[in-house]
Design a protein around this ligand. Sequence first.
Ligand code: C2E
Ligand code: MG
Ligand code: MG
Ligand code: MG
Length: 288
Amino acid sequence: AKRDGSRARIEVHDGGLTDDEVDLLQLETDLRRALDGDELRLFYQPIVSLADETLLGYEALIRWQHPTRGLLPPGAFLDAAENNRLTSRLGAWVLRQACTDAAGWPAGLRVHVNVSARHLAEPGFSDLVAAALDESGLPPERLELEITESTALFAAEATLTAVSEVTERGVTLALDDFGTGYSAITALHRLPIHTVKIDRSFVADVVTQPSTAALVHGLLQLGRGMGLQVIAEGIEDLDQAEWLRRHGCAMAQGYAFGRPAPLPSRHGALAAEALVGQAAEEAAAVLE
Ligand code: C2E
Ligand code: MG
Ligand code: MG
Ligand code: MG
């Protein structure tokens, strides 16, 4: 029942590894090389004010410029990193790079960085955040860490400690993919959450499905009642933007306002066209 793959592959099979395990090992090896080399990239997606489309900041989203497979999205490799020591190396790279990039932006702009539950619980996480801020000179108030509901719900003692250490410093926390976990509301009580990001699966149906509209309406009221910032994720068209604006959502992110893209560097007008409206103007101002 062996596939007619390469000889090496068949031998590995005889050693007890499945094809999937072999693929994972290869991916891990490649990812180590990517970290040592210069293959990882941060793309940035604008976060805007819904009232006037002012640019408020960017979310950093990792990409892997793979030498043979091209530009890979995080879904293609983050799980492989989660399974071993690479989590903290990759997370450290993202934090340092994002803080360094953001330190060069206009002072009003914040940067959002996704943090894996596993990395957050590792010893030294808050020291890493402190080092990334110190080295870059980015004021802590301009950094927001995005965690998922599962992180909040299964928060170990180490996670709670790390979270209080970073938030005492002035860094804020966002609850990502809000509404998709088992108990979104419980999560809000576990950790000092500053922002909730309404998952794009809700935004997608908000205009067309009354039940989704009612749910999002409720989430917005909850956010307001608890004094939270609310960002709607995955806004793809202006009807969705208009609905959310009318229902009191202050902030948004989605293809309608700009896709994730490499930031325009100070010296080359790279990706200004990836940004829209005010966002593009502000990006152009950065280039001056
Ligand atoms: P996320 O943090 O919820 O990020 C939003 C995802 O939605 C991104 O996918 C983004 O490209 C996508 N998106 C944004 N606007 C739209 C839209 O209007 N329509 C649609 N269809 N999609 C939209 P991406 O970049 O593939 O990232 C997927 C996930 O991978 C992220 O979800 C986050 O959980 C994780 N991730 C990304 N970068 C990092 C990182 O540096 N570290 C960690 N630990 N996780 C990361
Ligand atoms: Mg996120
Ligand atoms: Mg999300
Ligand atoms: Mg997501």
